[in-house]
Design a protein around this ligand. Structure first.
Ligand code: ATP
Length: 807
């Protein structure tokens, strides 16, 4: 009836208006605003169609549905709708992945063929071979990346060091400064342009997006070849450009891309070349496992921490924890870590010694601690938490500012160039203004030390940090002997580096935050160590140990203060230090810095996820929400199909609705407009394949479908769109038999099901859709994982408020 249609149209318009508004960062419109807007549009629609009746015609509905939603947004702005805080919204453009495996008549029919012993063995073997190759390729990438960055940085800093020394003698310091700044500027502009113009998803470290992907959210462009090129090329250029960043975060993302690429068995460049062996792997469920293996081996290769890497992936994807999957991920991480070690050790000339387990190491010497030092470690934990929280808060403000004002691509590239130039200026000024000479030999033999104005055989102590790759600087701070750095130099370096790292974080360049956190922590940790030595002096060996220990604890706790400790991070740090004796103080430290940081703000990764409006499903349901029921959350009325459905009807819904899942019911004998008993669920992607292959027949005639499972998997990588489907007028009345294709036993709940239980169901089973049924087993509502992600707990001084975020 027209009444029903109007109801439906209102619902659609409201949804679309909200979607557009949220994407434009506007607040949810009030009911009155939407109502009056609708009235306005309905009138408009009628006028345009020259109808003067009081009933809503098909034409006016169509006209209304073609409203440009940008116009709606503009009109709503006239109502004075204001922008909400970035972190208080979700963006509807992020779609969910289908981790639930589709079982249907078709798959059962083909079950016998595909489940022969040979097929099963092949598939089992295939998975192991793929994860093995993921480990190998990730290790190869890590080693190549490391060698390139180290060597290119060495060349750059050797040239700079030469000019600094020469100009100190000849009085032409401006030349050295100019070379430094110009190199930074040009190289960073290139690196940023690569990311911005090739694949913006490659910006940052990529860990927030990988985490979101493993949580079940589709991130377009994240796992593509373009992203890989931009990620790897971009990070080399950004490091060479002198930004305060590292390459370890990007390794996790690059590993994920390798996992997805090897798992899909298809290169997008050769569109039609797909290996049929891979057919059974082409679904979100399998690809997720390969991406998890890739991310794990990326982290393992970067930090030489296979257990930490495994935990990183499993922790993010733990809602789908399976023993088999964990085994494979661990294997891949082990292979990644071992081969990185082998390749780097070979490169350094001692392949048998296996002396380079990761791109970054935090240890080097045996360190021990005294129980009386624990209070000092606690204080360091608090300091790290506070610095980390300040970092996140400033970074959040900067991100929001960037999103509002730096909307054009060239602006983003330019900003990166400005930050790199400022980093160059700051580094030069530190070298020029701070008079800190030392005759101690630096631990990092790769650092291009510069004498500047130092006399005799002394060199500028800051040059070991400023004229070295990020890992080189970290090495210096962690291992350089007592007497290398003066307290003033460390104070200035820590403060300046903090601001440069905050500014660089969130730029449109490929850049990780692990190393900057570690460098910052090592710098102030060393300073803390100098304080301890001032209070409790000792011989030089003791002093070296104290400085190394406090620099290490500072680095680890700063990492936790920014990223906020998770099990994986703790294990990673302990593995990376190789100091099991320091395990306890490090653990205490990480936990304290996390607690302090959490008191002020969320962690950096979560902040980035929230700012992007990604509907992440948290680990636990929000507290105190048992009284929220499925009936409060579900969307209704439900758009459903009958098992034998008209093509025209399906097309109409696919065109006007954005829904990705539709309940399929038996016809309702009492009222054909109402759903009958629930028989299954069908996905939009399946319907599109059916229509594309014209799997329908005229009414009354027998439908003889020849569609096979692989016809569906073929489109897994091609993303069919409704506009690509051509249906003639006559075909609109044809009938599609949905029965062989629908998921015959979808998960269902009753309307009184509580939110916490729903949460566990979605998280535990990796669901995307859930049908709410009444006592007669008729669908009365739909719940998607995004509907649940809208519920978040906001705790303010002990009071927990459940927030219903907009989407
Ligand atoms: P995703 O795009 O990730 O699958 P989503 O929540 O945006 O998540 P949609 O299928 O587009 O998924 O659904 C959008 C909204 O419409 C949700 O609030 C959902 O509850 C509701 N919805 C989904 N399917 C139906 C349906 N068949 N009938 C009525 N409402 C539906």
């Amino acid at each position: 009836t027209n009444g029903d249609r109007l109801q439906h149209v209102k619902f659609r318009v409201r949804k679309c208006a909200e979607e557009e508004i949220i994407q434009g960062d506007q607040q949810r419109p009030s009911d009155e605003q939407v109502e009056s807007l609708l009235q306005f549009e309905i009138e408009d629609g009628r006028n345009n169609q020259h109808t003067n009746t009081n009933t809503l015609t098909q034409n006016s509905i169509t006209a209304m549905l073609s409203i440009k939603f940008r116009d709606i947004q503009k009109k709503l702005q006239q109502y004075g709708v204001k922008s909400p805080k970035f972190r208080k919204r979700l963006v509807s453009k992020w779609e969910s992945l289908n981790y639930d495996i589709v079982e249907n008549e078709l798959s059962w029919k083909e079950y016998d063929e595909s489940q022969s012993k040979r097929q099963l063995t092949l598939r089992w073997l295939g998975r192991w071979v793929i994860v093995f190759s993921i480990g190998i390729f990730t290790a190869l990438l890590a080693a190549v990346l490391h060698v390139i960055v180290e060597n290119v940085c060495h060349v750059k800093f050797s040239v700079l060091s030469h000019f600094l020394d020469k100009c100190a003698k000849e009085g032409c310091m401006y030349q050295a400064a100019l070379i430094w700044i110009t190199t930074n500027l040009v190289v960073t502009l290139l690196g940023s342009a690569l990311v911005v113009y090739l694949q913006p998803m490659a910006s940052g470290g990529g860990i927030p997006f990988i985490k979101a992907y493993l949580n079940g959210i589709k991130i377009p462009g994240l796992l593509t070849l373009e992203a890989f090129i931009a990620k790897v090329g971009g990070v080399i250029l950004a490091i060479l450009g002198g930004l305060a960043i590292g390459k370890e975060g990007p390794m996790a993302h690059a590993g994920g891309i390798i996992g997805a690429g090897l798992g899909k068995g298809r290169l997008r460049l050769c569109r039609n070349k797909q290996l049929s062996l891979y057919d059974s792997f082409r679904n979100d469920h399998e690809i997720r496992d390969f991406v998890a293996a890739g991310a794990a081996s990326g982290v393992a290769a970067a930090f030489g921490a296979p257990v930490g890497g495994t935990l990183f992936s499993v922790e993010e994807a733990a809602s789908f924890w399976s023993q088999e999957m964990t085994w494979r991920i661990f294997f891949s991480a082990m292979v990644g870590s071992f081969f990185t070690n082998f390749l780097l050790s070979s490169f350094h000339g001692n392949p048998h010694k296996l002396s380079a387990p990761g791109l970054v190491r935090l240890n080097g010497t045996d360190l021990s601690f005294d129980v009386r030092e624990v209070p000092a470690f606690l204080i360091m934990g608090v300091v790290a938490g506070l610095i980390g929280a300040a970092f996140v808060v400033i970074s959040y403000k900067l991100t929001v500012f960037r999103r509002k004002y730096f909307t054009r691509k060239w602006m983003k590239v330019l900003e990166a160039g400005v930050v790199a130039s400022c980093s160059g200026i700051a580094a030069f000024l530190m070298m020029y203004l701070i008079d800190d000479c030392t005759d101690k030999q630096p631990y990092n033999s790769h650092a291009a030390i510069s004498k500047m104005y130092c006399e005799g055989n002394k060199h500028h102590s800051l040059s070991t940090m400023l004229l070295a790759s990020p890992e080189g600087s970290l090495k210096g701070l962690l291992h350089d002997p007592y007497g290398t750095f003066q307290p003033e130099g460390l104070v200035v370096f820590s403060v300046v580096y903090f601001f440069l790292a905050v500014w660089a974080c969130g730029l449109s360049v490929s850049a990780g935050i692990f190393i900057p956190s570690l460098i910052l922590g090592a710098a102030w940790g060393r300073l803390f160590g100098l304080g301890v030595l001032y209070l409790y002096p000792g011989d030089s060996e003791y002093a070296d140990d104290v400085l190394r220990k406090y620099a290490l604890i500072g680095a680890a706790s700063q990492l936790s203060g920014m990223m906020r400790t998770t099990i994986s991070l703790t294990v990673m740090v302990v593995e990376c230090t190789g100091e099991i004796s320091l395990g306890l103080p490090i653990m205490i430290n990480l936990v304290i810095s996390k607690w302090v940081g959490d008191f002020v703000s969320t962690g950096l990764v979560d902040m980035n996820i929230e700012v992007s409006g990604i509907p992440l499903l948290a680990w636990e349901p929000p507290p105190l929400c048992e009284d929220i029921k499925a009936s409060d959350i579900m969307s209704q009325p439900v758009t459903f199909f009958n098992t034998k459905e008209k093509v025209g009807h399906i097309m109409e819904h696919l065109k006007t609705d954005t829904y990705n899942g539709f309940p399929v019911t038996s016809p309702n004998p009492d009222n054909p407009n109402e759903p009958g008993k629930l028989l299954g669920l069908i996905l939009r992607s399946q319907l599109l394949v059916l229509l594309k292959h014209k799997a329908f027949a005229p009414q009354g005639s027998h439908q003889n479908s020849t569609l096979r499972l692989k016809d569906f998997t073929k489109y897994y990588l091609q993303y069919l769109k409704i506009d690509e489907i051509e249906i003639s007028k006559a075909e609109n009345d044809y009938i599609v038999d949905l029965k062989p294709y629908l998921l015959p036993n979808p998960y269902t709940v009753i309307p009184t099901f509580s939110l916490p239980r729903l949460f566990r169901l979605f998280r535990g089973l990796g669901l995307r859709h859930l049908v709410v049924v009444n006592d007669n087993h008729q669908p009365v509502g739909m719940i998607t994982r995004k509907d649940l992600a809208k519920f978040r707990a906001e705790s303010k001084r002990g009071l927990v408020k459940i927030e219903h975020l907009k989407i």
